[in-house]
Design a protein around this ligand. Structure first.
Ligand code: ASP
Length: 429
C-alpha cells in the first residue's frame, strides 16, 4: 500500500472510530468530560501543525517567488489567482443564496420557530466570548483590519501573532529582491530553497499524527453535538448547507478545474484526500496549510511555484465554503424570524457574504463571527421596526462545528483546485 493511501485509510478510520466514541461514550454525558478529547486533539495535531504554519508561509512564499523570478510572470500569476478566488467565491455564495431561498428551511411551524429562537438567544447571551468577538465586527472595521494586516510595521509582531497576510506581502517583496539580486544573492536563494525543503520533511513527519488527532477532534465534536441533532429542527438548515457545499465541491469546482486545466477533477480530488480529510478534522484552513502544500506538490502534481504562492494566500483569503455557508445561515435566520428578503437584499447578502468570507481567518468558527457583517448590512437595508437581533446567531451556534468541518474542507479544496489551475501559468522549470 502506498504511504498516502495508508495515511488516508488511517485518517478515515480515526474519524469513524472518533464518531462512534463520541456518540456512544461521550454524548449525553457531562460536557466537561469531553474537554480532555479536545485538549488531546489540540496537543497531538493542531498545535504541531500551527507551529509549522508561520515558518512555512514565510519560506514557501520566498522560495516560490525567487524561483519564478520574473515580475511580469508574477503579476500574471497574482492577477489570475485573485480573479480565481473572487469568481469561485461569488459562484459559491450565489449557490448558497439560491438554495436557501428555494428550500426555505427557516419556515417552520410557528411554535417550533419560537422555541428555536428562544433557545438560540439564550445560548448567545450565555456565551460572553462570542459576544465580545461579534461586537467588534463591522464591514469598515474588517476592511481596515485587512489593509492594516497587508501593510504591517513589524514583521516579527505579525509572526508572533500568527497573522499571515503581512508575512506574505513581505515575503513577496523579499523574494523579488532576492531574484533581482542575481549572483550576489544566490546563496540566500539556495538557503530559502533548502529551508523550505527541510520544512516539508518536517510536515511529512507531522502528517502521520493526523489519524490520532482527527480521532480526538471528531470524538469531541460528536460528543458535544450528537448525531441526532441532524434530524432536529435545524436539520433543514444543515441539509441546505451540506447540499450547497456538495454542489460547489463536487460539480462546480471540478468543472472549473476541467475547463481551465484539463485535469480529471475526481482523480485530483482523490490525490488531495490527506489535505481534505485534515481540513475536515481540524476545522482550520490555516492549520491544514502544511498538509495542503505537501499533498499538492507530492501527490497532486501541482507545481511548487504555483503551490507556494496560491496555497498560503488562499488559506486566508479564498473561502468558497465559508462564503456559501454565510449566505445560507443569514438568509435562514431571517426566515426563522419571519423577515422576508427581497431580491435586492439577496444581492446584498451575496456581496457582503463574499467580503465577510475574505475577512474570515482560517481558524475554527471564524465564519460564524464575520457573519454579523452580513446581518448588519441587511439590517441596514430594512426599516427601523424589523431587524434581526444579533443574538439570533445563538440559534446556529450549537451545530456550527459540524458545518465548519464541511465548509473548511471545501475551502481547502478550492485552494487546491486554484493551485492546480495556476500550475499552467507557473510550471516548475
Ligand atoms: N474554519 C474555516 C476555515 O478555517 C473558517 C470558517 O468558515 O469558520 O477555513
Amino acid at each position: 500500500m502506498k504511504p498516502t493511501t495508508l495515511l488516508t485509510v488511517l485518517i478515515i478510520l480515526g474519524m469513524i472510530i472518533g464518531a462512534l466514541v463520541g456518540q456512544f461514550l461521550l454524548h449525553g454525558g457531562n460536557v466537561d468530560s469531553t474537554h480532555w478529547t479536545k485538549a488531546a486533539g489540540d496537543l497531538i495535531l493542531i498545535r504541531p501543525l500551527k507551529l509549522l504554519v508561520i515558518p512555512l508561509v514565510f519560506f514557501s512564499v520566498v522560495a516560490g517567488i525567487t524561483r519564478i523570478g520574473d515580475p511580469g510572470k508574477l503579476g500574471r500569476l497574482g492577477g489570475a489567482t485573485l480573479v480565481y478566488y473572487f469568481a469561485t467565491m461569488l459562484i459559491a455564495v450565489t449557490i448558497g443564496a439560491t438554495l436557501v431561498s428555494l428550500l426555505d428551511p427557516g419556515s417552520l411551524p410557528a411554535d417550533v420557530q419560537e422555541a428555536v429562537r428562544a433557545t438560540g438567544e439564550g445560548a448567545f447571551s450565555a456565551d460572553t466570548s462570542l459576544q465580545a468577538k461579534v461586537e467588534t465586527k463591522t464591514m469598515g472595521g474588517t476592511w481596515t483590519n485587512i489593509l492594516y494586516q497587508l501593510i504591517p510595521t513589524n514583521l516579527l509582531a505579525e509572526m508572533s501573532a500568527g497573522r499571515p497576510l503581512g508575512i506574505i506581502v513581505f515575503a513577496i517583496g523579499f523574494g523579488l529582491a532576492l531574484a533581482a539580486g542575481g549572483k550576489k544573492t544566490r546563496i540566500a536563494r539556495d538557503f530559502f530553497d533548502a529551508c523550505f525543503e527541510a520544512l516539508m520533511t518536517l510536515v511529512q513527519w507531522v502528517v502521520w499524527l493526523t489519524p490520532i488527532g482527527v480521532f480526538f477532534l471528531v470524538a469531541w465534536t460528536v460528543g458535544r453535538i450528537g448525531l441526532m441533532e441532524l434530524t432536529g429542527p435545524l436539520g433543514g438548515y444543515m441539509g441546505t448547507v451540506f447540499l450547497g457545499l456538495l454542489i460547489h465541491g463536487l460539480i462546480v469546482l471540478p468543472l472549473v478545474l476541467w475547463i481551465f486545466a484539463r485535469v480529471n477533477p475526481y482523480q485530483f480530488m482523490a490525490r488531495m484526500k490527506p489535505a481534505l480529510l485534515t481540513a475536515f478534522g481540524t476545522d482550520s484552513s490555516s492549520a491544514t496549510l502544511p498538509v495542503t502544500i505537501e499533498t499538492a506538490i507530492d501527490e497532486g502534481e501541482c507545481s511548487e511555484n504555483a503551490s507556494n504562492f496560491v496555497l498560503p494566500l488562499g488559506s486566508t483569503i479564498n473561502m468558497d465554503g465559508t462564503a456559501l455557508y454565510e449566505a445560507v445561515a443569514v438568509v435562514f435566520l431571517f426566515q426563522l424570524y419571519g423577515i422576508d428578503l427581497e431580491f435586492s437584499q439577496l444581492v446584498l447578502v451575496v456581496i457582503t457574504a463574499t467580503l465577510a468570507a475574505v475577512g474570515a481567518a482560517g481558524i475554527p468558527s471564524a465564519g460564524l463571527v464575520t457573519m454579523v457583517i452580513v446581518i448588519a448590512a441587511v439590517n441596514g437595508s430594512l426599516g427601523e421596526g424589523v431587524q434581526l437581533p444579533i443574538a439570533a446567531i445563538g440559534v446556529i451556534l450549537g451545530v456550527d462545528r459540524i458545518l465548519d468541518m464541511c465548509r473548511t474542507t471545501v475551502n481547502v479544496w478550492g485552494d487546491a483546485v486554484g493551485a492546480r489551475i495556476m500550475t499552467r501559468i507557473a510550471p516548475d522549470e
